[in-house]
Design a protein. Structure first.
Length: 382
């Protein structure tokens, strides 16, 4: 809609043939669980303004399509049944509504709108929809906001000033009132704002800036980094740049080493199915996590800075060195490790290693190590 400057009238026609007849909530949730995921972030409304649930506050919703089923309810029910957390992605910007302040925004200028509506009406609209989502679908683990950046001069530095008042204090308070345990995050690419419960990083590790819109200061809040399986967020039939299993496992391990969760995007096909390439990759990642998940789940990162060879995660008295690249010498050096080490073993086969702990760090002698092509994990016991 944005890239092709499709006007609202013509874009609305799409709802008349939106019909994902092969969608199966149980299969989606099972696929996510088997991939080792602990929660799902479902897009409920994206920038085009289409609502994926039975909302009373917009006719542009899934109940007015040939499909005529509430996908949000089906996913929510299945998540609760299978015991997996559910976050709702919700777009702050809207390329459709006249009361969204598109005239001050960076996008959506080619969709044919001429009326300048009342911004406060738009704020109330979002409150109404969020109330529906947090009232009608059981326990929701979090709200994932996106689109704040539309009202910034740029989003590549900390604390830029928005051109509009988003009324976040009111919105965040509403969310926490309706569901006190619901986490609030906002993909604004800046330092977290008051009332936010976690900090997210888009297509980058915390503190990095390979995208041009990263580099925000890393807060003390829980962290999350999100990435795509190819180069597209939605289904793209021409995008064959699939990331390998190794690449994605490395991304996940690096995220853990940076003390962050890893949110991996899956763009479904128009018929509601997940394409084979994504299914195969998710299955392989799940197999890896079934063997090595102990070194990822519930761990903490940022024990030491990332090294040329990889990263460190830690849980209780166990430290895990994730060696993603074989060191050039006959030893692995972990600088600045102050914890008293009592033993070093291979995580996979429990083979013991000689080591020497010095004031400058820990030396692990790696003669005879069978290096894993993806991740050689060395367990360090305190």
């Amino acid at each position: 809609m944005q890239v092709r400057n499709i006007n609202v009238k013509n874009y609305t026609l799409l709802k008349d043939f939106f019909n994902p007849i092969e969608f199966n909530a149980a299969e989606w949730v099972s696929m996510a669980k088997n991939a080792g995921m602990k929660y799902i972030t479902l897009i409920t409304r994206h920038h085009d303004g289409f609502s994926m649930w039975d909302t009373k506050y917009s006719d542009f919703n899934i109940m007015n399509t040939p499909y005529h089923k509430d996908i949000v309810k089906m996913i929510a029910d299945e998540c609760h049944k299978q015991g997996i957390g559910l976050f709702f992605y919700y777009s702050l910007l809207d390329w459709r509504r006249d009361d969204y302040s598109y005239w001050t925004g960076n996008t959506g200028h080619g969709t044919g709108r001429t009326v300048h509506g009342n911004w406060n009406d738009y704020i109330q609209f979002m409150k109404n929809q969020l109330t529906e989502l947090l009232t009608n679908y059981g326990e929701i683990a979090g709200i994932w906001f996106d689109g704040y950046w539309d009202q910034l001069d740029n989003d590549n530095h900390d604390n830029p000033k928005s051109r509009v008042d988003w009324h976040f204090r009111e919105i965040y308070d509403l969310i926490h009132k309706l569901q006190p345990k619901c986490l609030v995050g906002n993909n604004h690419h800046i330092t977290p704002l008051a009332g936010e419960d976690f900090q997210m990083f888009e297509k980058d590790l915390p503190g990095n800036n390979t995208t041009g819109f990263g580099g925000a200061s890393v807060s003390a809040l829980p962290l999350e980094t999100c990435e795509t399986m190819n180069n597209s967020w939605g289904y793209n039939i021409t995008d064959l740049s699939y990331k390998s299993v190794k690449t994605l496992i490395h991304y996940m391990v690096n995220a853990a080493g940076h003390n962050a969760n890893f949110l991996l995007n899956v763009g479904p096909m128009p018929n509601g199915e997940i394409q084979t390439e994504f299914k195969d990759t998710l299955k392989a990642m799940g197999n890896w996590l079934s063997r090595y998940g102990e070194t990822i789940y519930g761990t903490r990162g940022n024990i030491i800075p990332p090294q040329d060879w990889g990263v460190i995660t830690m849980k209780d008295k166990l430290i895990f060195a994730h060696v993603l690249r074989k060191p050039s010498g006959s030893y692995l050096f972990i600088p600045g490790l102050q914890q008293k080490v009592t033993g070093v073993t291979s995580f996979s086969d429990k083979k013991t290693f000689k080591f020497k702990q010095q004031p400058e760090g820990l030396f692990i002698y790696t003669d005879g190590v069978s290096w894993d092509d993806i991740d050689t994990i060395i367990q360090i016991q305190q």
